[in-house]
Structures are given as C-alpha cells and as structure tokens.
Write a protein of this length. Structure first.
Length: 447
C-alpha cells in the first residue's frame, strides 16, 4: 500500500481501496494519535449521501468506540458543518466521510482537529506510519470504559449558526438551488426558506449513487436553466460535500469563486471588515481578480493551488477572506474551511444590502481569457526552465508585450513529465500563439 493521505484526506473507491477494515484502523489510530489515549473524549462524524457512507461510518465508529472514545453521529451534513460543530460541541476531533465532487463509487475520510482545522502533514504521517507498518495499538478498554454512540440533529444546529453570520432576511428574493444530490440537499433549502426566500430546488433526491451525477457545482448549466425557468434572482450550485459554491446571476451567467471573492471582498472592505484590505487567492485565479481589487485599493495575495494553502496563508498573516476559482471560499471570521452555504448567504446578503442585481455586482470583474498548453519534458527537467536563460528571456518578453494586462504562469506537473504553460490576457488569438510557441521552446530545450 502506498501513501494513504492525499491533499484532502484518505480517498479511493469504497470497499476496494477505502475498505471498512481501513476505516476501522483509521478510527483506532486516529484516537491514539489525535487524542493521546485521554479519557472522556468525544468525536463527531458526518457524511455525504453516498451509498458507502453508512458502511464506512459504522466501521470507523467501531474503531473509535473500541478505544473508549464517544462518537456523536451528525448523519448527512456538509463538510464545513463538521468543522463548525467540532468546535461548537467541544469535541476532541471531527471526521467527514465524503469524496467531495468525485463520482459516487469513491469515498473519503477527512479528519479535523478540535479547533476545526484539517490535520497538519506531520500528524497524517504519524497516522500513516501505524497503518502502513501494521503497528498494533494495545489499548482495549472493557466494561463501562468502551465508547458510547449518540446522534444529533446537526442540520438545525448548523443552520441556526449560519443565520448568526448575517443581518436581515431574504424576503422578496427568489433563489434557485442545485445541491447535486449531495450533503446540502436538506440544510440548503431549510436555511434559505427560514430566511424568507422563495426557493426552487432541483437534484434534491439522493439515492446513494446520483451524487454529483451531471449536477451540482461541476455542472452549473443545470442551475442556469433553473434560474431561466423561474426568473430567480440568484442560482446556487454546491458540490457533493457542499464546501464549494458556484453561483449564477439573474442574467444566467456563471459567477465563479474569483467573482465571489471580488464581490464579497469589496463589500467587506467598504464595511471595514476585510482584514488588512487583502484577499487571498491561488496562482490559478484570474488576473481579472487582481485588477478588480486594485481598483478598490485592495491587494490580492497568491498561494499554491489548494484551499489548504489559502487557509495557511490566512491564518499565518491574519487575513479574513480567501478562496479558489473553483468556489472554495473561506470566511475565516465564521469558519475554518471552505463553506458553500456560508458563502451563499454572504453573497446573497451583499446583493440585498447593495440593492443591485448580482449581474451588476459581478460586472466589477472582467475574466480574462486563459490558455493552457502542456509541454512534455524529461522527468528530471520539470524545474529546469528556471535556470534556462533562453526560456526565462522569452517569458519576460511575453510579459513585457502584455504590459501589465496579462501574465505567464509556468507550473510543473506533480505527477507527470509535463510543464504546464498558462497565459492570460485580453487577446485569445494572441494567447494561443504565444502559449504554443513557448511550450514548443520548453519541449525543445528540456524534452
């Protein structure tokens, strides 16, 4: 068996890669490593709507109980709800069983610390060591020392908390929702209706295998159609575990994570609530975000791709808003992870407070065309472009040509012998020509 933990927990095909035996081990090892065999400890566990969720939750629960840890089942709930409830219930750790936007046959296990953060790499590595080396944990409490199991109406707890993050209500607004047959299928319409909105919903009948099936945030065309049919003011599309949001405006246009950062960042800045007048994004965010924020006298700080890197930067530097183009948006004043439903109500509150349609607010940012071309190189040459004077000179020449209205981004692949060449600017034809030319040069010199 190779490395267990990826960038977002343990994932694989359920009952093949991610087996109940492995889930049981993760429960026992998680209790040992995270809780240090303390007494009177508690873990909360949530899951999305996949058919394998019950299987993995039962196995993992048994692992925790066998270590004397009490387990509170949150049932079907978004990932960010687990993060929040871990803190709110003063649990010692939290677990989410989900494979996010992946197909139904996949599943995953993600741990949270008692503060609601994802585990540091060194803690995951310690857990891996026990499992990969098949190290036995001898603790086996008996009698009244084994863990207890209980359930909580987590949907109400989570929805009630989200209401405290905004002022006012959504009376008079028509909202179209596509939860993707995933974890938000109950809590999203409940929250929005309780806030006074008229809600139109599709893909809210999960059967265990239809999660993310041509719906949700990876297929926003479904909620675009719903907005068109209902005349909704805004459309909301969530992924399987509802930690990301893609919105649709009143003109049926996509409002992605970059646009949401621009809209909400500006609104918070004008209220004096955007810490250090800074938004955190990744290197893959559109240059249009940088330009829109510059107009508002805000800066954009860039990190590596991945919401964990965005969060690290926010925590270390004291920023309050960050996210990715894919719709992972972190409002750190309210939660410690990307939260699709929290993002939705913050965005809707902005629309209501500004008394403008979402299409008007989204117009503050223009998305520039992006072109991505892969250059095939030798396996050991993926970083060599940095020391190649000819390649670096060509990159500078392209950047000078764009004169601040575009950029060049070179990203070596983490798994393949490829260097990804991404150009961004105003002229699509020019970008295609320049990107192909630069990729060809990199292949010739490093391939």
């Amino acid at each position: 068996m190779g490395k267990l933990f990826g960038t977002d927990g343990v994932r694989g095909i359920a009952n093949e890669d991610l087996t109940p035996e492995l889930a049981y081990q993760l429960g026992r090892v998680g209790a040992h490593v995270l809780l240090k065999n303390k007494k009177n400890t508690k873990v909360v566990i949530g899951k999305d709507t996949r058919i394998s969720g019950d299987l993995l939750e039962a196995a993992m629960t048994a692992g925790f109980l066998s270590m004397g840890v009490d387990v509170v089942s949150l049932d079907v709930i978004p990932t960010p709800a687990v993060s929040y409830l871990t803190r709110a219930l003063k649990a010692d750790a939290g677990v989410m069983i989900s494979a996010s936007h992946n197909p139904a046959e996949y599943n995953g296990i993600k741990f949270f610390t008692s503060e609601g953060y994802k585990l540091p790499d060194q803690v995951e590595e310690e857990m891996e060591k026990y499992i990969l080396n098949d190290e036995e944990i001898e603790l086996r409490p008996t009698g009244d020392q084994v863990g207890t199991y209980s359930k909580l109406d987590a949907i109400t707890e989570y929805a009630d908390y989200l209401k405290t993050t905004i002022q006012g209500d959504f009376n008079g607004l028509k909202i179209a929702v596509d939860p993707g047959n995933g974890a938000a299928y109950q809590v999203a319409p409940k929250l929005l209706k309780e806030l006074g909105a008229e809600v139109f919903i599709i893909n809210e009948n999960p059967d265990g295998i239809n999660i993310n099936d041509h719906c949700g945030s990876t297929h926003p065309e479904k909620v675009q159609q719903l907005v068109k049919e209902t005349g909704a003011d805004i459309g909301l599309a969530f992924d399987g575990d509802a930690d990301r949001l893609i919105a649709v405006d009143d003109q049926c246009q996509i409002v992605d994570g970059d646009h949401i950062l621009a809209i909400c960042g500006t609104f918070l800045k004008n209220q004096g609530k955007l810490k250090k007048n800074t938004v955190v994004a990744t290197v893959m965010s559109n240059i249009g975000l940088d330009m829109a924020m510059k107009e508002e006298n805000c800066q954009v700080v860039k990190t590596k791709v991945g919401d964990r890197y965005v969060l690290e930067e926010m925590v270390q530097k004291g920023y309050s808003l960050g996210g990715e183009q894919s719709g992972h948006i972190i409002f750190l004043d309210y939660n410690t992870t990307g939260d699709g439903l929290l993002t939705a109500i913050q965005l809707i509150t902005t629309v209501k407070s500004e008394n403008k349609p979402l299409s008007d607010l989204a117009a503050m940012m223009t998305s520039y065309p992006q072109v991505l071309v892969n250059a095939k190189v030798q396996k050991d040459n993926k970083e060599a472009y940095l020391k190649d004077e000819v390649i670096m000179s060509e990159i500078k020449k392209i950047e000078d040509l764009m004169a601040g209205q575009g950029r060049v981004l070179i990203r070596p692949s983490g798994t393949e012998p490829l260097v990804r060449v991404m150009l961004e600017g105003k002229d699509q034809d020019q970008l295609n020509e320049l990107a192909q030319s630069l990729a060809k040069m990199i292949e010739e010199r490093l391939g």
